[in-house]
Design a protein around this ligand. Structure first.
Ligand code: ZN
Ligand code: FE
Length: 256
């Protein structure tokens, strides 16, 4: 079992960058560096050398630090095959089912299109860690910019079946706003009501609400719960097809 030490670096308004350090080899990956400075400082202060960048998708708030970090460390940049032309400095293109390693830590890549056409996620099973970028958020999911609701639902369905203990390292602190929407579509979900209170308290103290666990998301995230009778009733779609309920929920969030 190769465990990663994971460090969370809040940057910009609401982005999270992560460092994942594999101690037996000394390898350190950066996940979705929006910027370079705080990442280089966080690594240096721990005596870690950045060996890899892994990008979940090409958006600037996930790749903006790529070139500077590569220039200063000579690291290898791993990103989506489908988005290789838009991923600055990419060295290694990956897609669904590919196995990569950060030092001795194995990782499986999933294609999770919807937010962007080539969005990917990285699952480090031995560390119970999922880096899912802008696909699955705490109590939310990414906006569908380049795909269909069916594609996004298919992507979320791939992540949904991972172990409940999986820590969901998403790329933004959107949880408090997501909770307000979630309560509007599932007001009687007791687990959601309780979680929402906890989130308010954490944000009041400036504590990150990320990572959550997949078990928490399954119990409270409306975008993983289109089969909820309560949710279906609230949006007037009792007995509706799952993907239609998902699409309507996503549409309502866009206008919330
Ligand atoms: Zn994005
Ligand atoms: Fe983003």
């Amino acid at each position: 079992m190769t465990q990663l030490d994971i460090v969370q670096i809040p940057v910009l308004n609401d982005n999270y960058i992560y460092l994942a350090h594999e101690a037996t080899s000394g390898a350190t990956a950066v996940i979705d560096p929006a910027v370079a400075g705080p990442v280089l400082e966080a690594a240096a202060s721990r005596g870690w050398t950045i060996t890899h960048i892994i990008n979940t998708h090409y958006h600037g708030d996930h790749t903006g630090g790529n070139l500077e970090i590569k220039e200063k460390t000579g690291c290898t940049i791993i990103g989506s095959r489908i988005e290789s032309d838009r991923t600055p400095g990419i060295d290694q293109e990956v897609s669904d089912g590919d196995h990569i390693k950060i030092g001795n830590a194995p990782c499986i890549v999933f294609d999770v299109p919807g937010h962007t056409e080539g969005h990917i996620a990285f699952w480090f099973e031995e560390s119970d860690a999922l880096f899912c970028g802008d696909t699955l958020f705490a109590l939310g999911c990414g906006r569908i910019f380049e795909g269909s609701p069916l594609e996004m639902w298919t992507s979320l369905s791939k992540l949904k079946v991972l172990p409940g203990s999986t820590k969901v390292f998403c790329a933004h602190e959107y949880t408090q706003a997501n909770a307000k929407f979630a309560l509007s579509v599932e007001p009687d979900n007791a687990a959601l009501v309780a979680r929402s209170k906890e989130i308010d308290e954490m944000r009041l103290k400036g504590i990150p609400t990320v990572p959550s666990t997949l078990a928490q998301e399954l119990a409270t995230n409306p975008f993983l719960r289109p089969d909820s009778e309560d949710l279906q009733r609230t949006i007037g779609m009792s007995g509706g097809a799952i993907v239609d309920v998902f699409a309507e929920t996503r549409k309502r969030k866009n206008n919330f």
